[in-house]
Design a protein around this ligand. Sequence first.
Ligand code: S3P
Length: 433
Amino acid sequence: MSELIISPPAAVEGEYTPPGDKSISHRLAMLGALGEGTSEYIHFSEAEDCQKTIEAFSKLGVQYDLQKAVGAGPQLKVKGVGLRGLAKPSGELDLGNSGTTMRLILGILAGQPFEARLVGDASLSQRPMRRVTVPLRQMGAAISGRDDANFAPLEIRGGKLSAIEWENKAASAQVKSAILLAGLYADGVTSVCEPLVTRDHTERLLRLFGASIECSEHKVAVQKPECLRAICFDVPGDFSSAAFLIAAALLVKGSNLLVSNVGLNPTRLGFYNVLKSMGAAIEIDRVKDQAEPVGDLRVRGSRLKGITIDRKMTPFLIDELPVLMVLCALAEGISTIFGAQELRIKETDRIRSMASGLRAVGARILEREDGCVIEGVPELLGGRVSSFGDHRTAMSFAVAGLRSRKGVTILDSECIGISYPGFEKDLRSVCRM
Ligand code: S3P
C-alpha cells in the first residue's frame, strides 16, 4: 500500500505533455477490434483501465500489440476481426475498476451470438448498470445479474438486435456509447436523445471508422454499417488528466506552465470555461481542428474567485469536479456545486470522499445531497487522507497538498494508476521546490 507525500513547491513551471486520452483510447481499442484490417495508434493511454479493455477484447480473440516508442509514447496496433469476428471467451471477462469498459463492452456483446460473463472489482460491482442493461434488453440482448441486471457480475447473451430510439435520462456518455455500439448490430437506425449533451468521442470515432452517424445538438443516430474500416490515429493528451497539473499551476503563486498537445474537444472543456469565470490566467493556443481537436494551454498562478456550478454544466466537467472542489476550497468567497448527483456513483462517492478528505486537511466544505458548498480559505493546513481507492480523489488531494502548511499525504495512492500511472513523475517534473 503506497503513500504519496506532496509538499508545497516554490512554483509550477516548464512544459508538460499529458498522457493519451483515456476515453478515446478505450474506444479506439474497441472500434479497432471491429474494423477490417490493422489500426495503428500513437500516444495510446497507459491507464490500467485501458489495459482492462485490451485484456477483455484479447479474450474475445483480438490481437493487440502495445509498444513503448521513445519520444512518441505508447503505440498500439490492433488486428481487427471485423464486426462479426469476435469469438466466445473461454473464461469470464474481468474489467477491474473500469466502468467505461463494462458499459461499452456490454453494447458490443449485445450484438454477438454467444454468452459472456463480466466481473469487476468491489467498486465496479457496486456501480449501476441498469442504465445500460435496460435499453440493451429492449434491443434484444438477454442480460442477467444481481438486482435485475443492475450490478456485476453480469451475464450477457447477444442476439439479433432491433434499433431503438432511446431517451438518455442519465446524462451519461457511457450509456449513449453502449447503445450506439449495439446500434452497429441492430437493423435500422438506432438513436439516442440526450437532454444534457455529453462527451461525443464515440460519435466522432465511429464516423472515422466509416459508420454513418447523424448528430444534432440533442440527438445522435447510427445506421447499421456493412463493415468498419481500420484507421491510424494520434491520441490527443487527456484533458481530464491535465486538469490536475492545470490546477497545480493555478494554485501556486508565480507558476507558469505550458500544457502541450492536449485534447480540446468542446464537450470536455467545461473545466476550462469555469476556470475562466473564476478569474484564472489560462489561455488556449495553437488549436488544430481535426477529428478530435488538439492544442496547447498556457496556465499561470492565479487568484481565483468562487463559482456556482449547476446541473447543466456538470456533464462537461464531470471528471474535473473533484479537483475543482480543491480550487474552490482555496478561492476567494463561496462556491456552490449542485445537480452533481452523478458524482455519487463514480469509482467512489466523490461528493463524500472529497468533502471528508478536504475537511480533514482544513477546508471549509459542507456536503449536500447533489453537491457541496465551499467557503474558500487562503491556505489549507494539510495532513493525512485516504485515497478512498479512487484515482481522481487521490490526485485531487495531491493538488491540495501544493497549497497547504504541512503538506498532504495520500494513503493507498496506487489507485492513481487506474487513469494516470505517470502522475507523480509528471507533477514532480514541473514542481520547483
Ligand atoms: C466517460 C464518461 C463519463 C466519465 C468517465 C468516462 C467515457 O462517465 O465520468 O470517466 O469515457 O464515456 P458518464 O458518461 O457515465 O458520466
